[in-house]
Ligand binder design. Sequence first.
Ligand code: FRU
Length: 456
Amino acid sequence: MSSKGIRDFRPRIHFTPQDHWMNDPNGMVYINGTYHFCYQKYPYDTVWGPMHWGHAVTKDLLHWEHLPMALYPDELGYIFSGSSVYDKYNTSGYGTKENSPIISVFTSHNNETGLEQQSIAYSVDGGRHFEKSYLNPVIENPGIPDFRDPKVFWNPVHRCWGLVLAAQDRVYFYGSRDLKRWEKTGEFGPEGNHANGVWECPDLLQIKYEDKVFWILVVSMTKTDEGRWRTQYFIGDFDGDKFICTYPSDEAIWLDDGFDNYAGVTFQNYDVPLLMGWAMNWAYASKVPTNEYCGQATLARSLSICNTKAGYRIAGHAEGLDKFRHMAYPVSSGAHLMTETFGLRIKGEGNGKIRLSNSDGQRLEIEVAEDIITVNRAIAGYREFDEQFMTPECSIVSSKRLKEGNWDLEVIFDVSVLEVFADGGLNMVTMVVFPDTPYDTIRWKGKLEVSLFEIS
Ligand code: FRU
């Protein structure tokens, strides 16, 4: 049986391309109330192909306006992942004093040779139109196969621009005064890393905690031991030249325990780290049963630091939803769901199990026990589109709790995307599911208080 063509799985508040393929979020920058969101796009099919940068904007992080394509492939190659910054003081000289440019830094990937180098483009009309620089490539390949995904950030130590990019099993750091001439300043890895895979899509961000500032290095890892693509992070410091992991761990620390959150990076020029990932997994991305489009982004999550029994850890909070959260009303087990896009706020004591189900007998389950949270999509919907998607390894995830005792959950469900934030966001689980008919009932076991809010 196939759901392809039968049902519209398009989420309503998660970003999706109007049509065709998307993967990583790119070039995310906040300017005067507008969030710019670019993304890896292949505009001619629902599978990966020669990469472009698609572009959309939003003011509320939930409703999106599609803009014309930002970047097209050129003689240097496909346009792979990268970032954008708001060059307010026109350090690049591509704008004017009155008209600050947006500068995008991306990987030019030559598909014949595999050669990867970094290039730049600029926009002087608020991101409507991008022009590539004649200086490209601005960072040449040093002779290695994987050398990509530049993320630019402000370096407060040397008061210049910083850049981190992925280079096989580590990251490289660069510095620049004008976003055009870059000098390598340091490396991090592979020491201290406990996960397999090639490093991709790094981000270096600061999070304030009490009177401390933590620097967090986020890195996405291809095909980890569990056979899935995941994002990890390291906690430490930045000396102006490189990241230093000052809180080493004996095992990888993952940002999200679900199957579907990859390549996440943060918005530049925003007060707090605000991260969006690709809510999909390379393992089965090209086969999912959506019709005219393929792939979506996660909700934007603000990141903070918590001191837990396992040490400092990141907690995430879904942004843009407060006005709906304020309208939450209590529900009892067996309640009917009137919409496919809603949030649940749950307080629990002891073990608890929450189930969303539909009239086809399909159900998505979230279980909280003393020290573990489990999310199970094994019989949550249509899954025959891909063999790996059907395996138990791809159906059930466990997320270790970092708190003891009473717990809280925020569950955001949006047609075919589930995002779970447990214990104040210390546990995050993102999963896609394809229920043949909408979930229409919520039931639970355990001592739970549940309220529901609709999101539109
Ligand atoms: C991550 C990634 C990046 C690359 C892009 C290509 O998902 O592999 O490393 O730039 O996708 O589309």
